[in-house]
Write a protein that binds this ligand. Structure first.
Ligand SMILES: CC(C)(COP(=O)(O)OP(=O)(O)OC[C@H]1O[C@@H](n2cnc3c(N)ncnc32)[C@H](O)[C@@H]1OP(=O)(O)O)[C@@H](O)C(=O)NCCC(=O)NCCS
Length: 279
């Protein structure tokens, strides 16, 4: 049996590891099809990702974990028996103090440990329209928006430190596209995507709580789509929780459709939360 500490890797992932790992995951069908090297680049640099474990040469055991405001989220990318032991070790280590959420490929894995299923993450995809309607208010983020991004992203999901780190990472990602809507010096909406040569993955869309229902989400997504079109990207993907029906309606209005990629989300340890981040 592994202990959490003995298997934990301090984000030792190298740039050169990313492509083979991604190819492996996609071949195994355990990663969303939109996942790209830029996503892993970013994942490896988030300080709040606590574990990114890939011990075998063939990348047979892959897990990453990140902390949200009140718990730790474990993402399973490739399940083997060793992985199952590792998952149990992570959970027992963290169980005393925190809530643990797990996003799993196999619902049986969660049920066999007595966890309660809380939601499903679904993948959506759309071809990037060649002439998307331009967004009028959303602009590209620069360093001067760092504080606004971190304030926005710490409203619900993350602590201030995590959100500050997120802002640093997205602004520094050479393959990242960040858009923001600012009104009267307040950030209303933010979105971020990462791209490969011809695919992109939107990994954050967030509208300030007080500004929802006014079309800012659609606006900021259209700005991302416009820029992707300009850059010649053909397809764009994202992940969304099945329960996030408002977001799903918005994505469908933009032209996104579901693919077959599904992950099951479980709430463990101390009760169940419906606030599992979707991306
Ligand atoms: C999902 C989200 C980005 C939508 O942005 P928005 O600017 O509110 O989008 P819209 O104004 O186009 O409204 C989209 C849907 O949200 C719903 N909505 C409206 N007001 C809302 C509010 N105050 N709170 C939550 N949802 C609301 C509406 O049902 C609307 O759908 P409809 O017009 O078909 O009924 C935004 O609600 C948000 O940031 N939520 C929290 C973070 C999140 O879930 N992000 C998406 C992760 S995949």
């Amino acid at each position: 049996m592994y202990s959490y500490d003995t298997v934990r890797k301090a984000l030792a992932l190298q740039e050169s590891d990313i492509r083979p790992m991604l190819d492996y995951l996609l071949k195994m069908g355990t990663a969303p099809t939109g996942l790209n090297a830029a996503y892993l680049w970013e994942a490896a640099r988030f300080r709040f990702i606590d574990v990114l474990y890939s011990d075998s040469a063939a990348f047979g055991d892959v897990i990453y974990a990140y902390e949200i405001r009140d718990g730790v989220v474990l993402e399973e990318w490739a399940a083997t028996n060793e992985f199952r032991d590792f998952l149990d070790a992570c959970i027992s280590e963290r169980a005393a103090t925190e809530r643990v959420f797990a996003a799993l490929e196999s619902p049986a894995l969660g049920s066999s440990r007595g966890w309660r299923q809380t939601d499903k993450s679904l993948e959506m995809r759309m071809p990037v329209p060649s002439r998307p309607q331009g967004a009028r208010q959303a602009i590209s983020c620069t360093d001067e928006h760092r504080e606004m991004i971190s304030r926005l992203m710490s409203e619900e999901w993350w602590t201030e430190d995590q959100a500050t780190n997120f802002a640093d990472v997205v602004l520094g990602n050479p393959q990242g596209i960040s858009k923001i809507v600012v009104h009267e010096d307040e950030a209303k909406a933010f979105a971020h995507a990462m791209r490969d040569s011809n695919r992109a993955w939107i990994n954050a869309v967030y509208v300030s709580g007080v500004a929802r229902g006014q079309g800012f989400g659609e606006e900021v997504c259209r700005a991302i789509l416009s820029e992707l079109a300009e850059q010649g990207v053909a397809e764009v993907f994202l992940g969304v929780s099945e329960s996030n029906t408002g977001a799903i309606r918005m994505y469908e209005r933009l032209g996104f459709r579901f693919t077959s990629f599904v992950r099951w989300e479980f709430g463990t340890v101390r009760g169940v939360s419906s606030e599992f981040p979707a991306t």
